[in-house]
Ligand binder design. Structure first.
Ligand SMILES: Cc1cc2nc3c(=O)[nH]c(=O)nc-3n(C[C@H](O)[C@H](O)[C@H](O)COP(=O)(O)OP(=O)(O)OC[C@H]3O[C@@H](n4cnc5c(N)ncnc54)[C@H](O)[C@@H]3O)c2cc1C
Length: 487
């Protein structure tokens, strides 16, 4: 079997790539996905086979291991994510310093993915495949939170999803006509009739094949059979920030010392593979309600703000998102009803790794995000909790606030707040950076030293952006498709 392009992983990036590459009827495209197809639902999907369901390694800073969800199946993480569609602030992209990857460079590709009616067409796409819009009828408790943020002195943003503003606003959600729109819905479904695109599900890829320095294809299993497929032009890895480095490592591409230790033959010593793992940690203040909260109608997180902690230099580094249910680490016992002011560290200094547990290509990887391994991160989160509390006690919330249940008003000083952050360690599920532009791929996303092999997903971000990651991954994939077809 031979195709022009073999794309591995049908998540956010893989769906975009398969759809764009198959727009040329003369190019044959195979899209391989480890998981299946099926109806998604947030947040219940987290407990199903649509989630790889891994946990982090025990974190040195907390002594605990926490769940790290990632999507498995058509749409990947976009099929089980929380549907917040927002770019990072433009400063995040400009910090990448890679040629062709600044905010202004990426803007046309970010726009190409989206259809954001009512937003300013200079900055926002109007005709892309993915329909995005703010919550149509925001939950009144979240409207009160927004007023509280303004009362606490924060600026009101017109379009907080644009990447151009700081302050608080109503982000876009990838919900169209009341239904989640995943990358598979927006990109793959319209392309499904094309004769030159083949999508194979339940087909985990175990290895990329390298012959004389060139990527010749991949090996995967389907219905218990091992299958080898060849790529005439390129193999594109879009298995995500955990799946892509894991696949490269299993294929002998990565830090040679680690590969030898695992008994994997070294094909190419590339020390950056699986390093530089970054994620957004989160924590929050959970309030019991003074009166019943209207039944949530959207994604629970309809309003958010981007702000600067005390150590932020020239970019925002904290996000506060308002949630119309209690939302906290399962390690903390919170109230059954209520609302949450969640805080997340947007520009962490901590770095972690993805490593193999053994030479077996099916063994789950060892994921160590190294949360809070850099002390600055804990300090910024303490500042974030304090900013959240200022908002939480503003008059606009008087009618809703029954009492702060987590961590509780008595948890005030720096030491106590740090202890709370450690005890309630939780991920926003935004891993990135593990096959970064620079150490692992060049500015055209080609893996160093190997022909015919690219990476195009969340793993190529040199540093994580100051926003929920999905919108950025759409932009990366749009740009990757253009780089590939213009080669
Ligand atoms: C629970 C959750 C909530 C989130 N909420 C938000 C949110 O509200 N807003 C936001 O912007 N971002 C959110 N994110 C993050 C966002 O969805 C991801 O950053 C984005 O989808 C990553 O895209 P990707 O293409 O890099 O990887 P993915 O979308 O994860 O796709 C990778 C695909 O590759 C497949 N794969 C992996 N290994 C193999 C293999 N060996 N062979 C074949 N296939 C393989 C996987 O099964 C998966 O389908 C959330 C993520 C999760 C998990």
């Amino acid at each position: 079997m031979e195709y022009d392009y073999v794309v591995v992983g049908a998540g956010t990036a893989g769906s975009v790539l398969a759809a764009r590459l198959s727009e040329d009827p003369g190019a044959s495209v195979l899209l391989l996905e480890a998981g299946g197809a099926g109806a998604p639902a947030w947040p219940r999907l987290l407990g199903t086979s649509r989630n790889w369901g891994e946990r982090t390694a025990e974190q040195a800073s907390t002594g605990t291991s926490i769940p790290l969800a990632r999507g498995r199946g058509l749409g990947g993480s976009s099929a089980l994510n929380a549907m917040v569609f927002t770019r990072g602030h433009r400063s995040s992209y400009d910090a990448w310093t890679a040629k062709g990857w600044g905010f202004d460079d990426l803007l046309p590709y970010l726009k190409r993915s989206e259809r954001a009616p009512g937003r300013d067409a200079r900055w926002r796409g109007q005709s892309g495949p993915l329909t995005v819009a703010p919550a149509a009828e925001p939950n009144p408790v979240l409207e009160a939170c927004m007023e509280a943020a303004v009362e606490a002195g924060h600026r009101r943003a017109d379009d907080i999803s644009s990447g151009l503003e700081e302050g608080f606003g109503w982000p876009d959600l990838n919900i169209a006509g009341g239904r989640r729109q995943s990358a598979a819905d927006a990109y793959l479904a319209p392309a499904s009739g094309r004769g030159n695109l083949r999508v194979v599900t339940d087909a985990p890829v175990h290895r990329v094949l390298i012959e004389r320095g060139r990527c010749a294809g991949v090996t995967y299993t389907a219905a218990g059979e091992q299958v080898t497929v060849r790529a005439a032009r390129e193999v594109v890895l879009a298995a995500g920030a955990i799946g892509t480095p894991r696949l490269l490592l299993s294929s002998g591409i990565g830090p040679s010392e680690h590969l030898r230790e695992m008994g994997v033959e070294v094909v190419r010593n590339l020390p950056g593979v699986g390093s530089n793992l970054q994620d957004h940690v989160m924590a929050g203040l959970v309030y019991a309600p003074a009166r019943p909260i209207p039944t949530p109608r959207n994604n629970h997180g309809e309003a958010l703000g981007l702000l600067r902690g005390p150590d932020a230099r020239d970019e925002p580094d904290l996000q506060i998102i308002f949630v119309d249910v209690p939302s906290h680490s399962p390690a903390l016992g919170g109230p059954r009803h209520g609302y949450t002011i969640r805080v997340s560290l947007m520009r962490p200094h901590s770095r972690g790794t993805v490593r193999l547990a053994s030479a077996s290509p099916t063994a789950p990887p060892v994921i160590d995000p190294g949360y809070y391994s850099d002390a600055r991160d804990l300090n910024t989160m303490v500042a974030g909790l304090r900013a959240a509390r200022e908002i939480g006690r503003a008059r606009a919330l008087d009618g809703w606030r029954g009492g702060e249940m987590l961590p509780g008003v008595e948890v005030r000083d720096r030491r106590a707040l740090r202890a709370y952050l450690r005890a309630g360690l939780a991920s926003y599920f935004h891993p990135a950076g593990t096959c970064a532009i620079g150490p692992v791929v060049d500015e055209e996303l080609r893996v160093h030293g190997i022909e015919g092999l690219r990476v195009a997903d969340a793993s190529v971000m040199p540093s994580i952006v100051s926003g929920n990651t999905d919108a950025t991954v759409y932009g990366i994939a749009e740009r990757a498709a253009e780089l590939i077809t213009s080669t």
